[in-house]
Write a protein that binds this ligand. Structure first.
Ligand code: ADP
Ligand code: MG
Length: 432
């Protein structure tokens, strides 16, 4: 058998990662070469599911990458290994389909997710010994899944013997129901009782069935009693999860609860750049800035914008620049709202002076309108927390974050405040 050196295979994998990132799975790292003859490279997988996936979705991508890497006519064939490595008694993190890109290395920390990021790192350093549980919450597409999976990647890399289970909550509940139906509850419990680290993503879905809650409650107790690490994520705080039993709410609150907020402009720029690096996209800084300014809602949309621009660049066979980005993203929105306009509108409406809003006075008559300004600045402008703080006497980003949070929380119960804010928003938008 002619041999194809390992570095060439690494090169082939690298190419597929860059040209077809959406096809790549965490377990690709475990693929190995089992033969090379007659221009055909045989790649061995660990199980039939992997072979099916590769043959069904990745054949063309691998063939092209192999031909490009070797300069020879090489075709790739996938086969399931004859003597697969003994299965671990329970799924390890990488087996249960972790996204290979969701690592700490690819995660950009910023003011809006700093606490969550630091806590996740601390847990990866010492699982079971710092915050237990860690509960991350925040809106869609703000990095909860990314960060919880990063914990798994890190722990599994550092301690290959650790059993790290990542599971989306709906999968936990459907596995549980299936176990009941098939009379396999014992196996189900045995499986989860053996983990060192349990990550359950989107636990707001735990509420759908009472029996799943009950099962999870007992599992939770067994694991935490023996100092195993639990990490949870949800789209809201524990107390806000509808019909979650009080005993679970109090347990979820008993470790560290960290909110993940929409990233500020600077972080968004850094994220777009990080995504471009992972996808091997050549992205000029001014285009990264343009994307980050345009898309403020969530990080998944940022990535979507990047992919759209990249696709257009391939279609037009021209490198990415501002003109191409504008073509991909459509016309620019009308001129942005300014923080100054917000301050003026709030000052008029609440009968305060702009210099007082910017000053140090802490009486409620001034501090509340100031908080309102900060809230509106965050909602309506692209300015970073630091930049917004700059308009208000150089206050730091945490002050702005707290002000935003306080107003956002008050909005839930205070209808008059909601009306005031809606009117102020309309006013400053109209004044552009
Ligand atoms: P959520 O689980 O909160 O809905 P995800 O973790 O799925 O969000 O994140 C959506 C996308 O945004 C993913 O591609 C993820 O990698 C990316 N993302 C979110 N936050 C960050 C960040 N701070 N740095 C890098 N990528 C991020
Ligand atoms: Mg998620």
């Amino acid at each position: 058998m002619a041999s194809l050196p390992r570095p060439v295979w690494n090169d082939v994998l690298g190419q597929v990662r860059c040209t077809h990132p959406q096809l790549v799975r965490g377990w690709f790292n475990q693929l190995s070469i089992s033969g090379f003859a007659g221009g055909v490279l045989t790649v061995q997988t660990s199980n039939d599911a992997q072979t099916r996936y590769l043959k069904g979705h990745c054949q063309k991508a691998f063939n092209e990458a192999a031909q490009a890497s070797t300069g020879r006519l090489v075709a790739i064939e996938f086969e399931t290994g004859q003597t697969p490595a003994p299965e671990p008694p329970v799924h390890r993190g990488e087996v249960r389909d972790l996204n290979g890109d969701f690592t700490f290395e690819n995660f950009v920390a910023g003011p809006a997710n700093r606490l969550a990021h630091a806590a996740a790192k601390a847990i990866a350093d010492a699982p079971g010994h710092v915050y237990n549980p860690l509960f991350l919450h925040g809106g869609v597409g703000l990095g909860k899944t990314h960060l919880t999976q990063a914990i798994c990647h890190e722990i599994v890399t550092r301690r290959p013997d650790a059993v790290c289970q990542y599971v989306p909550c709906d999968m936990f509940t459907s596995d549980f129901i299936e176990a009941i139906e098939q009379g396999a509850l014992h196996e189900f419990r045995y499986h989860y009782d053996r983990v060192d680290v349990l990550v359950v993503d989107d636990v707001q879905f735990l509420t759908a069935r009472e029996r799943s809650q009950e099962e999870f409650f007992h599992l939770y107790n067994r694991l935490t009693m023996s100092k195993r690490q639990i990490v949870l994520s949800a789209d809201c705080s524990p107390a806000e999860i509808p019909s979650l039993a009080d005993r679970l709410v109090s347990r979820f609150q008993s470790g560290l609860v960290a909110l993940m907020e929409p990233p500020c402009l600077d972080t968004r720029i850094a994220i777009v750049q990080a995504k471009a690096r992972v996808r091997c996209i050549e992205l000029p800084p001014e285009v990264a800035r343009l994307i980050a300014r345009r898309v403020a809602s969530n990080v998944r949309d940022l990535e979507g914008a990047l992919i759209k621009i990249d696709a257009l660049s391939h279609a037009h066979e021209r490198p990415i620049d501002v003109a191409l980005a504008l073509l991909a993203l459509g016309d620019a929105p009308s001129s942005p709202v300014s923080v100054t306009a917000i301050m003026q509108a709030v000052a008029r409406r609440m009968n305060v002076k702009v210099p007082d809003l910017q000053g140090r006075k802490r009486v409620k008559a001034v501090s509340q309108p100031r908080h309102l300004c900060m809230y509106l600045a965050r909602e309506l402008t692209d300015q970073s927390l630091e930049e917004i703080g700059g308009y208000f006497g150089g206050r730091d980003h945490t002050t702005v974050l707290h002000a935003h949070r306080a107003i956002a929380a008050a909005l839930d119960t205070n209808d008059a405040l909601r009306t005031t804010i809606e009117e102020l928003m309309a006013e400053v938008r109209d004044a552009r």
